[in-house]
Design a protein around this ligand. Structure first.
Ligand code: CIR
Length: 264
């Protein structure tokens, strides 16, 4: 079986901007501290690079407070990159900002159009399918456009539901390998991962469900020792990265990068 859903030669990240203090959040528990955010972000890039991948780090964009969360602006597959369409007014421009960078790697860069909206945080690409969660950030029109675009390359898109009051589908799950998903219980109870192996986040540690498998590493937020131990006991090599500041903006590990292996 192929492992292209978690083996990548490249990643794109963007430095956090000073305007990050204005980033979107469901509940205000205080603004992120930029110095700490920068340190966590640098640790994250170092972890990606330690696997041998080439990381392109874009300059900070003050105009877009949430632009450090590059995952939401695009979906990068092996054959094609698709620019997403964030619904939040303050994030819509991030998609256009990302497009030229994608053009450096892909001959083919496609786009989701109005009235569709969809964000990368709602998309989980596994070895066999692309799962997309409907949410306040992703509507059925956006999913339907995505399905039409990627169908050309033989991908199957399956629409699933993001739990109520959860920002993104992947807030609650991550791919660990070809067959295995890390998930909160509230999400897997929906049956959306039937047919996969499921590893649950430990009780009370649901906030670490947003991790990434990147080459040989599972990169997860620091501070969730019981889930980390479960993953290590299952044979994964885990790197825990500080996430206290991104968490204030409802973000975890996947949102900080686009991960891909370009065609050329
Ligand atoms: C937002 O609300 O859009 C940002 N504050 C957080 C985005 C997190 N993105 C992600 O998990 N893919």
């Amino acid at each position: 079986m192929s492992d292209k859903s978690y083996r990548f030669t490249h990643a794109i990240t963007r430095l956090p901007s000073e305007s990050i203090t204005d980033g979107l959040r469901a509940v205000d528990i205080g603004a992120p501290d930029l110095v700490t955010f920068r340190q966590h972000h640098s640790d994250y890039i170092e972890a990606l690079e330690s696997t041998g991948a080439k990381v392109t780090t874009l300059e900070a964009s003050e105009a877009f407070p949430d632009s450090v969360f590059v995952e939401d602006a695009a979906l990068c597959l092996t054959e094609v990159a698709i620019v997403m369409r964030p619904v939040a007014e303050s994030r819509l421009g991030e998609a256009a900002l990302m497009k030229p960078t994608l053009g450096q790697f892909y001959d083919e860069v496609l786009e989701i159009e109005a009235p569709g909206f969809i964000e990368g945080g709602d998309i989980l690409t596994t070895e066999r399918e692309i799962l997309v969660g409907t949410s306040a950030r992703t509507n059925r029109e956006g999913i339907s456009q995505l399905q039409q675009l990627v169908g050309h390359w033989g991908y199957t898109v399956r629409t699933v539901e993001t739990p109520a009051d959860v920002l993104h589908f992947k807030t609650d799950c991550s791919l660990l390998d070809e067959e295995t998903i890390l998930s909160t219980k509230r999400l897997s109870d929906s049956g959306c991962f039937d047919g996969y192996n499921i590893i649950h986040t430990a009780e009370g540690e649901e906030a670490c469900a947003n991790a990434i498998r990147f080459n040989d590493l599972v990169i997860m937020p620091d501070g969730f020792p019981r889930t980390q131990e479960v993953l290590e006991n299952a044979g994964y090599t885990v790197r825990a990265i500080g996430n206290t500041e991104a968490a204030k903006l409802d973000a975890g590990m996947s949102c900080l990068s686009l991960r891909f292996s370009p065609p050329t």
